[in-house]
Each structure stands twice: as C-alpha cells, then as structure tokens.
Design a protein around this ligand. Structure first.
Ligand code: ATP
Length: 238
C-alpha cells in the first residue's frame, strides 16, 4: 500500500497462456501481493506464444476467464496489451511498453514459475529482460531451478533478496517459495476432455465459462499429468 508521499510500491506482471487460469495461478498471485507488498499484480495473457503451439482457445476467451477469476479481488488486474499487438507475444516488447507507462523509477516485477525460468535462454532477447524489470521466480515442486548452463550462471549473478525489489526499479532475480499447489492447465484441459470435472481446480465462474463455450472437449487426448520441458523456452510466459 502506498501512503501519502511514500515511494509507490512495485507493480508485478504474471504472464502466461492461462488456458485456463487456475487456482495455482490465483493463490500465487494473492500470496505475491501480500508477501511483496505489491501495489498491483496484473495477469498478462499472451496472444500468440512464440515458442509453443498456439493455444486451442483464443486469447480473448483466455483473458475473459482471467477477468472472471479475479473479479472483485483487491490489487489483481488483467493486462490485455499482448492481445492488442500483432505478431508473437514477446515479453521484452511488453516490458518496454509497461516501462513507458510506469516511468523509469517504478519497481516492475516479472513473475514466472521455475519451469518457465529454466527455459529462459530460449526467449527473445532474454538477456535484456533485467534492464527493464526484476524477475520473481516461483519455486515449483515439479521444476527445479537450473543448476548448470547460461540461465544458472545468470541467476547466480543477479540473485537478490526481497528488499531489493522495492529499492531498485529493475535488475534482480528473486526466488520465492509460495504454497505449492500442483495444478496445471494441461491437467485441467485433460480432465475436461476426458469428461471429468475440473471443479475446485478453477474458480466457479471459470468453470461455467468452460462449460458454456464447450472449451477443451475437442483437445487431442494427451497426458493429464503435467509435463515440464526445460529444454525449450516457453516464450508465452514470455
Ligand atoms: P500449461 O499446463 O498449459 O503449460 P500452466 O498451468 O503451466 O499451463 P501457464 O499459463 O503456462 O499455466 O503458466 C503461466 C505461469 O504460471 C508460468 O510462469 C507457470 O510457471 C506458472 N504456474 C503455472 N501453474 C502454477 C502453479 N500451480 N503454481 C504456481 N505457478 C504456476
């Protein structure tokens, strides 16, 4: 919260396909707002993931589910800027646009799971990301932090404690352990496609949207269990 005359708090963006948004994302967002005393956390659905298959559900519908999920939640918002751009949704472009909006002095955090961090070297202009933001990496039970290769070396160079996120506008990587909720969108799509219920894994209004629009029924049968590919960047959490 920002008191009169106080330095404004950080703004965080949580990028992803959100196909669909689920309680793992949402609970992480609430804990991030409270733990890091954020002014705001914006979910930023990507329109066109550069390094993964196009999601079977269009960006407008995925963003609509995010908006349904966070309706009325304090300090949570949906940022639609990637839906308004043509071409691949590169995170670096979104950060430049956010910087233009927030000014150079405001702390800006890019949130990603440790699975996304492991693939960071595959992202477009990944070594420039920290010029514009801090990165907050959420430790996830199914994806360890990289311990070798370019991302591991980069992490060792830039790792910071939480207090730095408020003091500087950009440049650090902070690793945070939140409540682990092993839920993935892949699993939810698999459940729906197989005729099982996704109730209590997604908010009720999101479930209603999925049912009303018949989403995920036609997905190709695939593993219901989450699979993490650490070799290839997920350019849509980019
Ligand atoms: P998919 O299974 O389709 O890959 P996902 O559940 O991982 O989807 P994304 O939209 O790809 O969801 O993820 C957006 C961001 O949320 C990524 O940085 C990812 O690491 C993170 N994330 C996904 N699930 C969780 C979870 N259960 N807890 C914390 N972070 C999560």
């Amino acid at each position: 919260m920002t008191g009169a005359g106080a330095r404004p708090g950080p703004v965080a963006v949580f990028g992803g396909t959100f196909n669909p948004v689920h309680l793992g994302h949402l609970r992480s967002a609430v804990e991030l707002v409270e733990r890091l005393e954020l002014d705001e956390l914006r979910f930023m659905p990507c329109a066109l993931p550069p390094h993964r298959e196009a999601p079977g559900v269009d960006a407008a519908s995925r963003a609509a589910m995010v908006e349904l999920a966070i309706a009325g939640a304090p300090r949570l918002a949906c940022d639609r800027r990637e839906l308004e751009r043509d071409g691949p949704s590169y995170t670096i472009d979104s950060l430049l646009s956010l910087r233009g909006e927030l000014g150079s002095g405001r702390s800006l955090l890019l949130v990603m799971g440790s699975d996304a961090l492991a693939g960071l070297a595959g992202w477009h202009r990944w070594e420039e990301l920290l010029d514009h933001c801090h990165i907050v990496a959420l430790a996830r039970p199914d994806a360890a932090l990289p311990d070798s290769g370019p991302v591991a070396a980069w992490l060792a160079r830039h790792r910071v404690e939480a207090d730095v996120l408020r003091v500087r506008p950009a440049g650090g990587v902070h690793v945070l352990q939140l409540r682990p909720l092993p839920i993935s969108a892949t699993e939810i799509r698999g459940l729906v496609q197989s005729g099982f219920s996704a109730r209590y894994l997604v908010p009720d209004p999101v479930l209603a949207h999925i049912e009303r629009h018949g989403l995920y029924r036609q997905e190709l049968p695939g593993p219901v269990k989450r699979q993490v590919n650490t070799q290839e960047g997920n350019d849509c959490q980019q």
